[in-house]
Design a protein around this ligand. Structure first.
Ligand code: C2E
Ligand code: MG
Ligand code: MG
Ligand code: MG
Length: 281
């Protein structure tokens, strides 16, 4: 018997082996799932908390797995990024999102959809072509799409990431930096990025009304954004006290369970209609 296979400090175990092959089969399934209609988009409205206007809908991918049920991105995205399945997935998400923008434009209740993209997507050669093709096909303006990137997307290859962001900016899409405050972006770096919004991470917003630390961080982000002439979007607004505090702090855009949990994208037009009935425009 090898001692490293026993005891608490073992580095490898039959369970981990199983886990790994399980993950690999999941990825093979995901590749198929994209073509077989198992992916779904959910949406969450981004609100102007002052005027009650709906500024955009952020879409989140879900996987309706035949045996595992409805899966959220945390259970398959990282692996999709590692194995290259992410770009086909993103292409599917972008197509659905742009098609929905075209459909919603007729209702005139919202004009923008926000899509999350991973660092792998940002560095993908075909991203610009994919977007131009979709805007052309669905007669949608690039300004109607917002792409949300995480700070981490800029870390691995900052020069290439920056040049891709500049190309996207020239194309006309809006760019937001997601989960802001959890990474290490310096102010000096941030002001060079062609972004229009920073999104304050839920981990600071959820208990904003109870945590001095989190309100200090959020306040600093809001001040910084104002100085750089960037918009601020608070994510994870769950309670009225948080909304009120954000408004006092000078942050007007928010999203979270207070307004709506994410729901199926196909229901967005109906949701918008009800929202505006209750929050007269
Ligand atoms: P994110 O873009 O920061 O999205 C916010 C996450 O918080 C979403 O989780 C959303 O469902 C959840 N959320 C919304 N409101 C609240 C709230 O009030 N309280 C709390 N506690 N949570 C809230 P979800 O859908 O599981 O997505 C997780 C992450 O996965 C996203 O974080 C995004 O980075 C990524 N993701 C989602 N969809 C896609 C996609 O289509 N493509 C890529 N590349 N990434 C995606
Ligand atoms: Mg996001
Ligand atoms: Mg976020
Ligand atoms: Mg997040």
């Amino acid at each position: 018997h090898h001692s490293w296979l026993q005891g608490k400090s073992q580095v490898f175990s039959p369970e981990m082996l199983h886990f790994t092959s399980d993950k690999l089969s999941l990825m093979a399934e995901l590749r198929q799932a994209i073509g077989e209609g198992q992916l779904a988009l959910y949406v969450q409205p981004q609100i102007d908390m002052q005027s009650r206007e709906v500024l955009a809908g952020e879409v989140y991918v879900r996987w309706r797995h035949p045996s595992r049920g409805l899966m959220t991105p945390d259970s398959f995205l990282a692996l999709a990024e590692e194995t290259g399945v992410i770009y086909p997935l993103t292409q599917w998400v972008l197509k659905e999102a742009v098609a929905m923008i075209a459909q919603l434009a007729q209702s005139q209740q919202v004009s923008k959809i926000a899509v999350n993209i991973s660092s792998k997507d940002l560095l993908h050669d075909e991203l610009i072509d994919t977007l131009e093709m979709l805007f052309d096909k669905y007669k949608v303006k690039p300004q109607q799409l917002m792409l949300e990137l995480k700070e981490q997307a800029l870390v691995a290859e900052p020069a290439r990431a920056m040049s891709m962001m500049q190309r996207l900016h020239r194309l006309g899409v809006e760019l937001a930096l997601d989960d802001f405050g959890t990474g290490f972006s310096s102010l000096a770096y941030l002001r060079k990025l062609p972004i229009q919004h920073v999104k304050v991470d839920c981990s600071f917003i959820g208990d904003l009304h109870r945590s001095d630390m989190h309100s200090a961080i959020t306040g600093a982000i809001i001040d910084m954004a104002r100085n750089l002439e960037l918009g601020v979007i608070a994510e994870g607004v769950e309670e009225l006290e948080v909304e009120q505090k954000l408004l006092r702090m000078g942050c007007q855009r928010g999203q979270g369970f207070l307004y709506s949990r994410p729901f199926e994208l196909s229901g967005f037009a109906v949701w918008l209609k009800q929202w505006y009935q209750q929050n007269a425009k």
